[in-house]
Design a protein around this ligand. Structure first.
Ligand code: 13P
Length: 254
């Protein structure tokens, strides 16, 4: 069975000091959690501090984005190699806020995933439909398009090592999360798509997370779904008690 995977996406929140204070307290609590992969994604400025505080603990560190070139004249960008150097092990790629507010395309997502893998980091690849796309019955087609573009050219072993996050855009920060039926359908579809393109072993190994208004009081119902392996949590990951309650509530085999 896949290990439950709980990731905190802090977005543009927390200074270096706030990151260190949070992680000292959080890591003390998670020390007793036996079987879960736990990852926190602070802003770039706090990556190094987060890596230092979490060293030797069971909490990993992720960046929230990267650029696909290794170095060069790309003002404002940060490469996967630099993220690795800062001590992170994961990079979130293709978050809907990047796609919607900053113009990340399917092609860019693919290039960024390639760069992350080339630096021996684990991509957390976000996919998900907008409300208009859901209302137009396009959800599964959108997921197919995003997945096919993102994973194009990867080997089954690479796909097996990935984390994919299904985040319906209309559920992000809205307090409105997908019903178990909606999440279950999307997750089963993603798993089937992976199986069809990369084989049973890769599909079974890949973690598929749900994201969008995950809270301590809805994590259990989400984790009860067969193809939901964990969660990518925004707002409810910003305080230690709330994110820790989500980690413990993820139940199943935590
Ligand atoms: P919320 O949990 O705040 O809805 O955010 C979800 C998200 O975008 C995580 O990446």
């Amino acid at each position: 069975m896949r290990t439950p995977f709980l990731a905190a996406n802090w977005k543009m929140f927390k200074t270096v000091d706030e990151t260190v204070t949070y992680l000292r307290e959080f890591c003390a609590l998670t020390a007793g959690v036996a079987r879960a992969e736990i990852v926190v994604a602070p802003p770039f400025t706090a990556l190094r501090a987060a890596a230092d505080v979490t060293r030797g603990t069971n909490v990993g560190v992720a960046a929230q984005d990267c650029y696909w070139e290794r170095e060069g004249a790309f003002t404002g960008e940060v490469s996967a190699a630099m993220i690795k150097d800062a001590g992170a092990g994961y990079v979130i790629i293709g978050h809907s806020e990047r796609r919607r507010l900053f113009g990340d395309t399917d092609e860019w997502v693919k290039r960024k995933i390639g760069a992350v893998l080339a630096s021996d980091l684990t991509p957390i690849v976000c996919v998900g439909e907008t409300l208009e796309e859901r209302d137009a019955n396009q959800t599964l087609a959108v997921l197919d398009r995003q997945l096919d573009a993102a994973l194009d050219g990867l080997t089954p072993a690479q796909v097996g090592s990935l984390v994919i996050a299904y985040e319906p855009v209309w559920a992000i920060g809205t307090g409105r999360n997908a019903t178990p039926a909606q999440a279950g359908e999307a997750h089963a579809h993603i798993r089937a798509r992976l199986r069809g393109a990369f084989g049973q072993e890769a599909a079974e190994a890949c973690h598929v997370l749900y994201g969008g208004s995950v809270k301590p009081d809805n994590i259990k119902d989400l984790m009860a779904l067969e193809d939901v392996d964990g969660a990518l949590v925004g707002g409810a990951s910003l305080t230690v008690p709330s994110f820790f309650a989500i980690v413990t509530g993820a139940g199943r085999s935590v």
